[in-house]
Design a protein around this ligand. Structure first.
Ligand SMILES: [Zn+2]
Length: 134
């Protein structure tokens, strides 16, 4: 089980919820049930700038996919993290079962793997992309 304390968890949850809303989260995958598609307000200029900011960060993560696809993926990742908080499995590496360090989760709250396993996964997907590009 995750060893992080409740306060750290609360902080990370807050960060996740903010990002989720910034990305236009509507709970389509079922994790966030408070907001409904019909209740989403029009995006103002400030929010748009934030979305562009997030989108630019995402581009560094994956230059191959479209903006919409990146935002969708990010939303799914955040919703997955929030769902894991609800079930108590948040902060545990999905690969090796070790605790993910809280410091890492503060920077990357939607992280599913510890640093070691993440590096392994990235090497694997890079290999798959290379194979697909041929
Ligand atoms: Zn791991």
């Amino acid at each position: 089980m995750a060893s992080m304390d409740g306060k750290t968890m609360d902080e990370i949850r807050k960060v996740l919820m903010e990002r989720w809303r910034d990305l236009g989260g509507r709970g389509e995958s079922g994790a966030g049930s408070e907001a409904r598609p019909a209740a989403v307000p029009e995006i103002d200029a400030g929010a748009q700038a934030e979305i562009i900011d997030i989108a630019q960060n995402l581009e560094q993560l994956d230059r191959d996919s479209s903006l919409a696809e990146q935002e969708r993926r990010k939303l799914v990742a955040i919703e997955r993290a929030l769902a894991k908080m609800a079930t108590g499995s948040f902060g545990v590496c999905e690969e090796c079962g070790e605790d993910i360090p809280p410091k890492r989760l503060m920077v990357l709250p939607e992280a599913r793997y510890c640093a070691n396993c993440q590096a392994f996964q990235e090497r694997q997907s890079a290999r798959i992309r290379q194979a697909a590009a041929r």
